[in-house]
Design a protein around this ligand. Sequence first.
Ligand SMILES: Cc1cc2nc3c(=O)[nH]c(=O)nc-3n(C[C@H](O)[C@H](O)[C@H](O)COP(=O)(O)OP(=O)(O)OC[C@H]3O[C@@H](n4cnc5c(N)ncnc54)[C@H](O)[C@@H]3O)c2cc1C
Length: 382
Amino acid sequence: MDFELSEEQQDIKKAAQEFAEGEFRDIARECDINEDYPPSLLKKGAELGFVGVFIDEDHGGAGLGFLEHALIMEEFWKVDPGLGQQFCSVTFGSEEFLLFGTEDQKRKYLPPLVEGKSIMGFAITEPDAGSDTAAASTSAVLDGDEYVINGSKVMIGNGSVADFMLVFCLTDPEEKSKSGRHSIMVVETDRKGYDADRMHGKMGLRASDTSNIFFSDLRVPKENLVGERGKGFYQLMEFFDRSRAYVAAHGVGLAQGALDMAAKHVKNREQFGQKIASFQATQFKIADMATKIELARTLTHKACSLLDKGRPDTTVTAIAKMFSGRAAVEVVDEALQFHGGYGYFNDEDVERFYRAAKVLEIYEGAKEIEKMIIGRRVLGRY
Ligand SMILES: Cc1cc2nc3c(=O)[nH]c(=O)nc-3n(C[C@H](O)[C@H](O)[C@H](O)COP(=O)(O)OP(=O)(O)OC[C@H]3O[C@@H](n4cnc5c(N)ncnc54)[C@H](O)[C@@H]3O)c2cc1C
């Protein structure tokens, strides 16, 4: 067992850190306030090779792994969760092409993502189907050589900026098993019948795009089916085994950024005639924060390494995602506490990090869903 990153991985981490420090730091607060990001930033990051590193070389990627993707995301989220999220979201769902797509689909959709020439998203959630993904009712009905899609999705990353979207659709409603009713379609967003409106007022990650999407008699050729008809639910679970591993890295990055801010603040700020850092209560809190981050990082790297070895472990990934989300929420809460009243204003970055953290316990599987997965797998059949 080797707990050290390779030289190449350390170089990737350092390059990602330098990019985020250089490009995110000065604009992050404005992007949060304006609920926007500069598209040129995505392009620049893609040109430097930070987008979709897990995509194989035959399809335009670097042919690296999810661990390298996670290392980049950790560094990005450490500097700004909102811009980090936007970077991560542009390839969100591309795993489905890698796992289940046809060669034509891979060649068509993957290279432009890596080059920063296109953006995708994955539309799963619906107003009445959140944690219960198998309740999704957006329908895709085969009509000749085309599927006709009707329905709506909510809270979808890149819904209003994506070039194409994977859509989790109900194709076989008569199927007895709930897990055999869905299929995944790729939908180009310039097709007639696609409509999106951007959601405003998001608590955190405000630089990133989140939208409602509506499908009204939208037609796609039947070749736009990704994977097998009726197997969408299983394909989705395989996707979550991957996405949850790098979402865990988001939590690690956010928490590390918050700890760094806290450490800087307590070493500068004096009360009662001494640095706040000199109180033992402070040192104990800092120790707890560092411990949570180290544990979250170790779990995340384990989940990613197993993926990269071709042995995804659903339990380890769920533990990593749940633990990192909680660590991020707890660590940033203490970090803001250290800043006192100043931390309550958006002059301090910690305020933005505090607002960003909560979603890590909600999306990509709420913490209760992760617990359900872990509990069921530990107990097995009984
Ligand atoms: C910023 C942001 C970005 C998002 N991006 C995307 C995206 O790109 N694509 C996409 O498809 N979706 C996206 N989502 C949606 C997200 O995945 C859902 O919010 C999430 O799956 C939870 O669904 P819900 O909000 O409907 O909550 P519900 O399913 O209504 O759950 C609400 C709460 O009920 C509890 N709960 C639910 N089920 C159980 C259970 N079985 N046992 C115990 N407790 C339970 C949990 O506490 C849960 O938090 C995004 C959401 C946000 C906030």
